[in-house]
Design a protein around this ligand. Structure first.
Ligand SMILES: *Cc1c(COP(=O)(O)O)cnc(C)c1O
Length: 218
């Protein structure tokens, strides 16, 4: 992990965002997705000026606890979350960004009262994608709010097939839900489709390979 390379890649991502920003666009935060890399990726992203990191696996994040806590970044959990992992992650995760069902929302509300969360939406409707169905999102947001959680936004992943353009309808759908629910954040867009996401109103893009290169295989 070469910190200068990460800094250069971050500047490049920032440029890609700026190239499609319009005067009325929302400001866009880059979430550096550090899954698959060692703690030095978190340190390098933070040193380069990234304000948030995203991790997908509880055990992996726990193994990078020191780097995550030393770095001056918001730590987001963006992966499939099992109820029994929540307790271990309390104090380490700042934003629980992948909540998609009541049982996990209930557990976060119990173990991390008042925490900031995002609801993950399956905006493409693909059968094997995580995220709540579009027509469940309002009820889940209300449920989380009723339990005292701070629902800051929605998170969605584009379609697996079809290239960046194919993501547009799913991103637009997610943005509409964010607006209907009067939430702040719209976390859409990854390395391959960030321009489409920004055009559709992203306030966050989640970037892994675009910053750190190809992930080592797990
Ligand atoms: C891995 C991952 C990313 C980053 O994907 P890249 O294509 O490497 O930018 C973003 N969001 C989620 C939910 C992920 O699991």
């Amino acid at each position: 992990m070469n910190p200068d390379r990460v800094a250069a890649a971050l500047a490049e991502v920032r440029q890609r965002i700026d190239s499609v920003l319009r005067p009325w666009s929302h400001p866009v935060q880059i979430v550096a997705v550090t899954k698959g890399f060692g703690p030095e990726a978190i340190t390098a992203a933070s040193a380069a000026g990234a304000t948030a990191i995203g991790e997908n696996y509880a055990q992996e994040l726990l193994s990078k606890r020191d780097a995550a806590q030393a770095a001056n970044v918001e730590v987001q959990f963006i992966g499939g979350l099992q109820r029994n992992k929540v307790r271990q992650l309390v104090g380490l995760v700042d934003v629980w960004s992948s909540l998609d069902r009541r049982s996990v929302i209930d557990e976060v509300a119990k173990r991390a009262p008042g925490a900031q969360v995002q609801i993950q939406v399956n905006a493409t409707g693909e059968a094997h994608k995580s995220g709540a169905a579009v027509d469940e999102v309002h009820a889940l947001v209300r449920h989380a709010q009723d339990l005292g959680l701070g629902v800051v936004g929605l998170m969605a992943v584009g379609p697996t097939e079809g290239g960046p353009g194919a993501a547009r309808p799913a991103f637009a759908r997610t943005r509409s839900l964010v607006d209907e629910l009067a939430l702040e954040r719209c976390s859409i867009g990854m390395s391959a489709d960030l321009e489409v996401a920004v055009e559709e109103g992203a306030t966050e893009v989640r970037i892994g390979t675009g910053l750190f290169g190809q992930r080592p295989t797990r």
